[in-house]
Design a protein around this ligand. Sequence first.
Ligand code: HEM
Length: 433
Amino acid sequence: MGSVHRRFSGPLHFFEDLKRTCGDAARFTLFNERFILFSDPALVNEVLVTKQHSFRKGKALEGARQFLGNSLLVSEGEEHTRQRRLIQPAFHRGRIAGYARVMAEKTLQWTDARRAGEEIDLAVGMNRLTLAVVGETLFGSEVEAEAQEIAESLTVIIENFNRMLLPFWKWIQRIPTERNRRLREAQQRLDATIYRLISQRRGDGRDHGDLLSMLLAAEDAENPQKRLTDAEVRDQAMTLFIAGHETTANALAWTWHLLSRHEECRVKMKAEIDAVLGADRLPGLDDTARLPYTTAVLSESMRLFPPVWVVGRRALEDITIGGYEVPRRTIVITSQYIIHRDERFWPNPEEFRPERWLDEAAQAARPKFAYFPFGGGGRICIGDAFAWTEGVILLAVMARRWRFEAVPGQTVSLNPTVTLRPKHGLRMIVRDG
Ligand code: HEM
């Protein structure tokens, strides 16, 4: 997108240059570590799928482990497989149908609270909305009273999350600064709330249809006596909270950014939504399959602005990937951002064109891993179906009521941290849709 400034987007530029000058397997050394950037989908397939057991996620998430415990996002090997088996049922289709109701209702509340002509930061707005969605799908509606408290504590934690990934975080967090004190307090408050909820739920033993109920009931088929402990439930819940909202919020914020520049696509999407839902019916899970153009808009947005723009692994042993030697301990990088904009797989890659997703022949011809916003293999995003449902439902409910017009003169820049965010937010004026 020529109009989005990539001036400040250091690592994106760096990877683009590497690929341009060194091709599909680009080696470099940084801080005494050996890296290799793979930019061919076939190589990504080997790293994430066929040879995944020769890799680990590595130490990048060490700081996060301190806060998230040894949960799904950070565990490795057999322990990861066990947790995945336990948590997967919470994301089965039957469950997602229930979450879809929450998604639509929360979005309706959000759209009802907007006024024509008001100026909002849509990036902030989408974060609040997806946080409310994951909060209620995790803990159910009876925590409405605590919702504000949970959201506030989480906001402090999320603001600090990138710092937790710093190499010296263990020491940094002990420095007696105001910021560290606020973070510690937020963590303690959040823990107290979550443990109280867990103990109430253990007491009443009912299935509330939310993720927390699933986690508490999760049983390991291979070891039926073994349930998750309170601490494990806390760690998993916190992980889903963190992993489950900012990504989707970014996807939606970028989608509205793109739609604000492509009015013809918005009009087409709105026509589809109106035809399927009529004037006031709220969408459910089954409706998402009837909204192919809306889905194409979201797919195309996550192609250009993949919310997770890079996935890294460390080699556990000397290994060969597509004929390239990868010595033990090398950090292998695959980047959605780079591959999603590769013109070998995407004609006119910088162009926002949802229609390319409706061309079945082009879809079939494209290699697996030319598009991988949710990763792949054994560590593919557990929330992918949740996120697709959420993305389409939120777009449908919002688009039916409003459109968003970019405040003129602002610079939209990419901020590639753990996720790909708009650096200075997205200032928009709310207009009748
Ligand atoms: C548009 C939204 C989302 C995107 C783009 C996204 C992307 C990803 C990616 C790329 C990974 C794999 C990382 C790796 O292999 O190193 C991942 C893992 C994960 N995601 Fe998502 N995600 C999204 C939404 C969600 C949601 C809604 C949830 C939960 C409610 C979630 C929970 C997780 C968890 C727990 C993992 C770790 C899975 C494992 O290692 O087994 N994500 N996500």
